[in-house]
Design a protein around this ligand. Structure first.
Ligand code: ACO
Length: 398
């Protein structure tokens, strides 16, 4: 404490803020959150209105270019994404050579970083045309790379993008083949996936977006910066929580653990209630309300009740009736109900965070571009409080 005080006294400038709880690292005009009131807006539009009124491609346009697209602009963006969805043969060969049992997030982050090597004509951040090219390539190719990784992981031949399909249909087509995008259930899945992507599209300075900005602040290329964001998202305290929630529910079900006993273990800090709690939302997460509604809509369509969804509902009710959680303002976050939806659609748990990454991509790009265009932006270089030994002599050289 004395060392801390003396350093503060010396510089008058260093604040110790682990986890950046009270530190704003930038100004941004992209997303507004009021955590106490449960408000989330992209470029001023409430998330609920975007969720009911817009498509994911419209939201990409809104986040990245600042405004909702007119009909011509929307078509132009959708066309560019269709035209750029393919990946080079060399990249396909590289993806096929990666370990099949590797986690899809590890492979995805690595592949996105390598886009800089496959497309060196779009890494110069001083050239707006190159930034634009990289933006389109990232948006267009991420679903293709993700589906390719998935097909390899199950030992199936990757499926080429189909330029006649929309963004989400195409992703489901490349992942599962045609059937998931067709018929009544298919169109419900497409609608659900589009909505989930919108709800995940940006969330101001969350861990992965802050990572994208930190990497980009050294004027690193956009592919490498987004790759850093993908790896940050992978952690179970961030986007990896959607996988962790489902694993938690499966473990409770298979072990037959009583929910009260499980919550006692959480309160004894033996484990965490995954999918609960948020750094900013201290009342409710508006995304989780939308997602819970969507989960009912999808799972009510199934022949039998979904056991894990039922378990999640009971767990939520029990936690919210317990002062341990309410006193700490712990409520379900965006990840609590997404897993049961993805599972109903046929995705394995290891793909859940990949789906989050596809949704978060326009947010990462928007923040990278906002920072690159900001003349006042500086390299991110936090200070530290040194706690190691004072000067020592190297042994034998005293
Ligand atoms: N289960 C049990 N207790 C919890 C949980 C949880 N999920 N989350 C927080 N707490 C408790 C902490 O033990 C702490 O209690 P204490 O004050 O008695 O020590 C208090 O609530 C505050 O928690 P912190 O960890 O300090 O909160 P922080 O803002 O640093 O962390 C986080 C937020 C990482 C989201 C945390 O709530 C968590 O680990 N949740 C589970 C993982 C998860 O769902 N992550 C996804 C978040 S959303 C997203 O990133 C997309």
């Amino acid at each position: 404490a004395i060392e801390v005080k003396s350093l503060l006294a010396k510089t008058g400038k260093v604040a110790l803020d682990p986890g950046f709880v009270n530190t704003a690292s930038c100004s941004s005009a992209i997303t507004y959150i009021d955590g106490d009131a449960g408000i989330l807006r992209y470029r001023g539009y409430p998330i609920q209105e975007l969720a009911t009124g817009s498509s994911f491609i419209e939201v990409c346009h809104l986040l990245i270019y600042g405004e909702l697209p007119g009909p011509g602009e929307l078509k132009e963006l959708a066309d560019k994404l269709r035209q750029n969805a393919g990946i080079p043969d060399e990249m396909r060969t590289m993806l096929d050579a990666l370990p099949r049992e590797g986690h899809p997030m590890t492979l995805l982050g690595s592949a996105v970083n390598l886009l800089a090597a496959y497309y060196p004509d779009s890494v110069d951040l001083s050239d707006p045309d190159q930034v634009e090219l990289a933006t389109i390539r990232l948006l267009a190719k991420l679903p293709t790379i993700a589906a390719h990784i998935y097909r390899n992981s199950i030992g199936e031949q990757p499926v080429d993008p189909d330029p006649s399909l929309g963004y989400v249909e195409n992703f489901l087509h490349m992942t599962f083949g045609k059937e998931k995008g067709e018929g009544e259930l298919g169109s419900l899945f497409v609608k659900a996936m589009d909505l989930l992507l919108i709800l995940h599209a940006d969330h101001e300075q969350n861990c992965s977006t802050a990572t994208v900005r930190v990497v980009g602040s050294s004027e690193a290329d956009i592919y490498g910066s987004v790759s850093g964001g993908i790896h940050a998202l992978f952690g179970p305290l961030h986007g990896g929580a959607n996988q962790a929630v489902l694993e938690m529910l499966e473990e409770i079900r298979s072990s037959g653990t009583d929910l009260d006993t499980f919550l006692e273990r959480v309160k004894a800090r033996e484990t965490r209630l995954m999918g609960f709690g948020h750094r900013v939302y201290k009342n409710f997460d508006p995304r989780s309300k939308e997602i819970k509604g969507l989960a009912s809509q999808i799972l009510d369509n199934q022949e039998r009740p979904d056991e894990l969804f039922e378990l999640a509902l009971q767990l939520e009710a029990k936690a919210l009736a317990d002062p341990y959680f309410t006193e700490r303002k712990l409520y379900p976050n965006v990840d609590f109900y997404t897993g049961v939806i993805y599972r109903a659609m046929g995705f394995p748990t290891t793909m859940f965070t990949v789906l989050f990454a596809i949704g978060r991509l326009p947010g990462w790009i928007a923040h990278w571009r906002e920072q690159a265009a900001d003349q006042t932006s500086r390299i991110a270089r936090p200070r530290q409080l040194y706690t190691g030994p004072g000067q020592r002599s190297y042994p034998g050289r005293a």
